[in-house]
Design a protein around this ligand. Structure first.
Ligand SMILES: NC(=O)c1ccc[n+]([C@@H]2O[C@H](COP(=O)([O-])OP(=O)(O)OC[C@H]3O[C@@H](n4cnc5c(N)ncnc54)[C@H](O)[C@@H]3O)[C@@H](O)[C@H]2O)c1
Length: 282
């Protein structure tokens, strides 16, 4: 029998997770409350499959069956119970994630996961009926291209859930790391610190955004500079993460004023066309 995979939130990450899950043979429900965003995400995913065919990475029949396996849903009420995997990918807000996860748990998924980039799994598990089947599945953007899957194991996560998560990683073609549950895990804690410091350096007039990025690419062999990466992730997403990490570790993660100002002005990076760099519409 085909296994079922549910993704909640069809933003940058949810859409990407749905794409790799459908590509790996799961029957996928992608749940998005905002109908316009949902339609845009579905159109974007179909275009991605068409592009993969045009580039010879998939044949037309594989792309057509992956498209058939993916269904957009306007509400969790439209989803059948007991899926194999359920991943929430709604914005990085503790209360919102708790509410969404509680509603998701009522479907009794075998594995319940959050794609949070920074919030401790333990604090998301607070009201869950079965915290043993809950953990973090932290994917990276763009999901189809990034090999890492960070599996975050909470104090209450069972060995069975951990093993299932490793299976899911293999099936999706991801290379996992398993980390202990602490805010920011192994990736965001380091990566966001670098991004925040780059923004403070821009505020201090150390160099232009382009040169700060160039310095890290050419001097440290980073494939992408920290400001460019902040644009790709989304300044709003990074601001939320910085606030979560500030609450956990103190003011070394305090968001720079420039970041707060740019988010207030709607300059969110690649998704709005402007951030630390200018991005053409894709
Ligand atoms: N952007 C990145 O590079 C990145 C990388 C790794 C992890 N993350 C994490 O993934 C999560 C999502 O980030 P994103 O960048 O995709 O955000 P996003 O803002 O692009 O997408 C979030 C989506 O969730 C939808 N949503 C909100 N409430 C909902 C609900 N109750 N039910 C269904 N849909 C709902 C929104 O309408 C939106 O479409 C966050 O926790 C973020 O920290 C982001």
């Amino acid at each position: 029998m085909l296994e079922r995979f549910v993704v909640i939130g069809a933003g940058t990450m949810g859409a990407g997770i749905a794409y790799v899950a459908a590509g790996a043979g799961y029957v996928v429900d992608l749940v998005e409350l905002d109908a316009e965003r949902g339609r845009a995400a579905l159109a974007g995913l179909h275009a991605l499959w068409d592009k993969a065919v045009a580039r010879g990475k998939l044949d037309a029949a594989q792309a057509a069956s992956a498209k058939d396996r993916l269904t957009l849903r306007g509400s969790l009420r439209e989803v059948s119970p007991e899926p194999d995997v359920l991943v929430e990918a709604v914005p990085e807000k503790l209360e919102l994630k708790r509410q969404v996860l509680e509603a998701a748990a009522a479907l009794r998924p075998r594995l319940l996961a959050s794609n949070t980039s920074s919030i401790a799994i333990g604090s998301l598990a607070a009201n869950l009926p079965e915290p043993a089947s809950f953990l973090g599945l932290h994917f990276f953007n763009p999901v189809f291209a990034m090999p890492l899957l960070e599996i975050v194991v909470g104090d209450q996560t069972s060995d069975e859930a951990r093993a299932h998560a490793l299976d899911v990683a293999g099936r999706l073609g991801k290379d996992p790391v398993v980390v202990r549950d602490m805010p920011g895990f192994a990736t965001s804690r380091l990566g966001v610190m670098l991004g925040l410091e780059a923004i403070r350096m821009l505020e201090d007039g150390v160099a232009s955004a382009a040169d700060i990025d160039k310095a890290m690419k050419l001097g440290y062999k980073h494939p992408m500079g920290p400001l460019e990466l902040t644009d790709v992730v989304g300044l709003d997403v990074r601001l939320d993460i910085a606030r979560t990490l500030q609450a956990a570790y103190g003011d070394r993660f305090a968001p720079p004023e420039l970041l707060v100002k740019m988010v207030a002005e709607g300059r969110l990076g690649k998704k709005t066309g402007e951030g630390f760099h200018t991005w053409p519409a894709s």
